[in-house]
Design a protein around this ligand. Structure first.
Ligand code: SF4
Ligand code: SF4
Length: 365
């Protein structure tokens, strides 16, 4: 075991001990539940990444769908009335630019009173130059996440099952974005989430993709994050799905201690209106607690909704549904964590479970 590994194992152990102590003391750190909620504009994607649950979902449970404009207006208005301040637009799978009406939706958000901001990830392929230029007109866009898979043409194809043509479009779009960023004023943050093999280092590579990423990395508000560690999407991804990617695949079960903070602070409203208590690793929406197409959100995201309160109570007793049992993305409410990438550098207020439950009880059924 090398020194780095020993330090990280030691830190993990300390975290576990503190978490257990907090569980006994009933000391929770739930990121402000009104800070953000996720609204899935579309669950359709142009890629089929090997490490992603997108093409392994059960389509009878989660049909391919883009949210229609009326439902979008309805749920965004309800979320504002409930007090949510920021919207994530790409919670689970899908690329936002696969929705041909995405700009109409974004313009609606730009004029929505009470909304502080919105953020999303994209693989930056199903977008044209005009739409890239329009990003600079949006005042409430706080974070633009660029998901990059592989580090040259062959690894891009290997990771994403995309085509040579998609790779060329990606390069062209990144170059165009770079030229706009160089010449325009912008306030939004950009996170380049680069997911590729263990042996890759941006600084040591001169592939065409690496060259444009290096240029982007040097600009204002751009954070570059390379990651070769992938998780199993609640057991949906098996080791042999990613065997040829030269990555670190997390197989071990994550130790769980009390409920997961995502069921409070990272809820998701799917493209078909289904409200799910996890916006991250539950691609089949098995933690669904209602449907916003035919019920008010104040009744669904409420402690008076038995499906939701049962989930909270059983997770608190360390009794997890099967998707959570095998999930390695779990974040205990007995540890301080940030709710989502867009807020990792911001101070987010924490609440106790009693405070959260009180707030959820005040919503009517
Ligand atoms: S990882 Fe993102 S781009 Fe790749 S298939 Fe999944 S949703 Fe699509
Ligand atoms: S344990 Fe995993 S699947 Fe369950 S709520 Fe947390 S992140 Fe979602």
């Amino acid at each position: 075991m090398n020194v780095k590994k020993i330090i990280s194992t030691f830190k993990k152990k300390i975290r576990e001990i503190n978490s257990k102590k907090n569980y006994l003391l009933k000391k929770q750190y739930i990121p402000d539940i009104l800070n953000s909620i996720n609204i899935e504009v579309t669950n359709i994607c142009n890629l089929k990444c090997k490490f992603c649950a997108y093409d392994k979902r059960d389509l009878s449970k989660v049909p391919l769908k883009t949210m229609d404009m009326n439902l979008f207006k309805n749920v965004t208005n309800q979320c504002i009335k409930l007090g949510y301040k920021n919207f994530g637009l790409t919670p689970v799978t899908g690329d936002i630019f696969m929705d041909k009406d995405v700009e109409e939706k974004i313009k609606y958000l730009e004029n929505l009173d009470g909304l502080n901001g919105y953020y999303f990830y994209t693989n930056f392929i199903p977008i044209k130059e005009e739409k890239i230029s329009n990003l600079f007109n949006y005042k409430k866009l706080t974070h633009l996440g660029l998901s990059i898979y592989g580090h040259d043409e062959s690894t891009f194809i290997k990771f994403s099952k995309g085509t040579t043509n998609s790779y060329r479009i990606l390069l062209k779009n990144l170059e165009f974005l770079y030229s706009k960023l160089k010449t325009h004023d912008y306030e939004f943050q950009i996170e380049i989430g680069h997911r590729t093999s263990k042996d890759y280092l941006l600084d040591a590579s001169s592939s065409d993709l690496s060259l444009v990423l290096k240029k982007l990395r040097s600009l204002k508000n751009v954070v570059y994050d390379k990651n070769h560690s992938f998780n199993n999407w609640g057991g949906m991804i098996q080791e042999n799905d990613v065997a040829d990617l030269n990555i670190k695949f997390q197989k071990g079960l994550t130790k769980k201690n009390g409920s997961c903070s995502l069921i409070y602070s990272r809820l998701s409203i799917g493209a078909n209106g289904v409200v799910n208590a996890c916006a991250c690793r539950d691609a089949n929406f098995s933690l669904q607690i209602g449907n916003a197409s035919n019920e008010n959100l104040s009744n669904i995201i409420s402690y008076n909704n038995k499906r939701y309160s049962d989930l909270i109570e059983s997770q608190e007793k360390n009794n997890f549904p099967s998707v959570c049992e095998s999930c390695d993305f779990y974040k205990s409410i007995y540890e301080k964590t940030f709710p989502t990438w867009a807020f990792k550098k911001k101070r987010v207020a924490y609440q106790s479970l009693n405070e959260v439950v009180d707030r959820l009880k005040k919503r009517q059924i």
